[in-house]
Design a protein around this ligand. Structure first.
Ligand SMILES: Cc1cc2nc3c(=O)[nH]c(=O)nc-3n(C[C@H](O)[C@H](O)[C@H](O)COP(=O)(O)OP(=O)(O)OC[C@H]3O[C@@H](n4cnc5c(N)ncnc54)[C@H](O)[C@@H]3O)c2cc1C
Length: 370
């Protein structure tokens, strides 16, 4: 398998295929690789081979700070927590790195005019480890008790106690909710261009959405696929102007505004979509090999909400103050899971830093607590 990786042959390792090589503990793993990210995936697989997980192990450990989620927010918090001298543990249900690893190209993170999302995520992960934080990846948090002085966190393989907790669980892709979407997920329906784009080299694919993610994904895919149709139900993009202009300038990209997708059709895999003009209600069938859904995200907040962390009014994002404090004493939140209005790597990093330094103050300066 490593030979494949190093040769740069694109592969998609789902649970069943990974189990045979790495054991059954990778049940949340969805390892993807393509040209350019092969090295990253190879090093991650080697890491897993060197650090096998024993799912039977149950033990109790005490930490100053536990960070749930090792994306941009969690990793930045981990760096600052560990460097402040806090015994810091990060838990992630997947491999550390978070959503940034799914961005084909990040062009707006200061200091890196152009960097692959996977590379940025890996640099952050290494930096966090170097700072002294401990990262347990592929270890989902399954329940928590955050109300007492001592916070209790349970994962699929252990129980932990901590004085402070930072919730940095990010967000997940929204679905469009049309017929065929669930049925063909993984068989032509994808939520990640960088992961699945190389499967459709030279083919005609559809992207749904009108924001930054839809435009970034379109730009990335336009260099791989033969033809790309981007459908957006409104009459203009919501994306940054530069991205929108770049999309409109691509010769192999056809943009259909005021257009909705009604159904995804196929037999074993996707082979067409039914589109509808939102103004005229006229429908037509368009043959495509894949549908990339890029219509925003929802916060991964259900676990936190269940244990009493307050959400913003009328929503599910975690409500935070300017110190990243939640309503529960000693519990902070950072990144895309919060009600911060901007969802970017840079803002997630800033929030993670604030949360960690506030956690430090909470522990070391008890008079500071509210
Ligand atoms: C296609 C795409 C392109 C993008 N491009 C850009 C860009 O160019 N520039 C930019 O600034 N931003 C970009 N973004 C947005 C950026 O990636 C996010 O805003 C940022 O990564 C959010 O960081 P986070 O740490 O809050 O969340 P995430 O990075 O999502 O990390 C959350 C982590 O929490 C883990 N987790 C969730 N639940 C649990 C649980 N129960 N137990 C343990 N772990 C859990 C997840 O596995 C994940 O690793 C892009 C996003 C996408 C999807």
């Amino acid at each position: 398998m490593l030979a494949w990786v190093l040769l740069g042959i694109r592969f998609d390792v789902k649970k069943e295929r990974v189990e045979g090589v790495l054991g059954p503990d990778l049940d949340v793993v969805d390892v993807h690789c393509c040209f350019g990210v092969c090295y990253t995936v190879a090093t991650r697989i080697i890491h897993k081979l060197q650090n096998p997980i024993d799912s039977e192990v149950t033990f109790m450990e005490n930490w100053d700070l536990i960070i749930i989620g090792a994306g941009a927010a969690g990793l930045a918090a981990g760096i600052y927590g560990a460097r402040s001298g806090l015994k810091t543990l990060l838990l992630d249900e997947k491999m550390a790195g978070g959503t940034a690893a799914e961005a084909p190209l990040v062009e707006n993170y200061p200091g890196f005019p152009e960097i692959a999302g996977t590379e940025l995520a890996d640099k952050m992960t290494l930096h966090c480890k170097k700072a002294g934080a401990v990262i347990h990846d592929i270890e989902p948090v399954v329940s928590m008790d955050l109300k007492g002085e001592t916070k209790k966190i349970k994962t699929n393989r252990a129980e932990y106690e901590a004085t402070t907790v930072i919730i940095a669980t990010g967000a997940h892709y929204n679905e469009i909710g049309v017929k065929g979407e669930k049925e063909f997920h993984g068989r032509g329906v994808s939520y990640c261009g960088v992961c699945d784009g190389p499967f459709f080299k030279g083919k005609h694919v559809l992207v749904v959405g009108g924001g930054n993610s839809a435009c970034t994904t379109t730009l990335y895919l336009s260099g791989i696929v033969g033809e790309l149709t981007l459908v957006h139900r409104r009459e203009a993009f919501r994306a940054e102007e530069k991205l929108a202009k770049d999309v409109l300038s691509k010769a192999n990209v056809n943009v259909l505004f005021n257009t909705e997708i009604l159904e995804i059709k196929g037999d074993k895999v996707v082979n067409s979509v039914i589109l509808s003009d939102v103004k005229t209600k006229q429908t037509r069938e368009l043959p495509v090999a894949a549908v990339f859904v890029q219509v925003g995200e929802s916060p991964n907040s259900s676990l936190a909400l269940e244990v009493g962390v307050e959400a913003e009014e009328g929503g599910k994002s975690l409500k935070i103050d300017m110190h990243q404090r939640t309503n529960l004493s000693g519990v902070f939140a950072a990144g895309d899971v919060t009600n911060h209005p901007v969802k970017q790597v840079g803002t997630a990093v800033g929030q993670g830093i604030t949360a960690a330094l506030e956690a430090y103050s909470y522990i070391k300066r008890p008079y500071y607590r509210k």
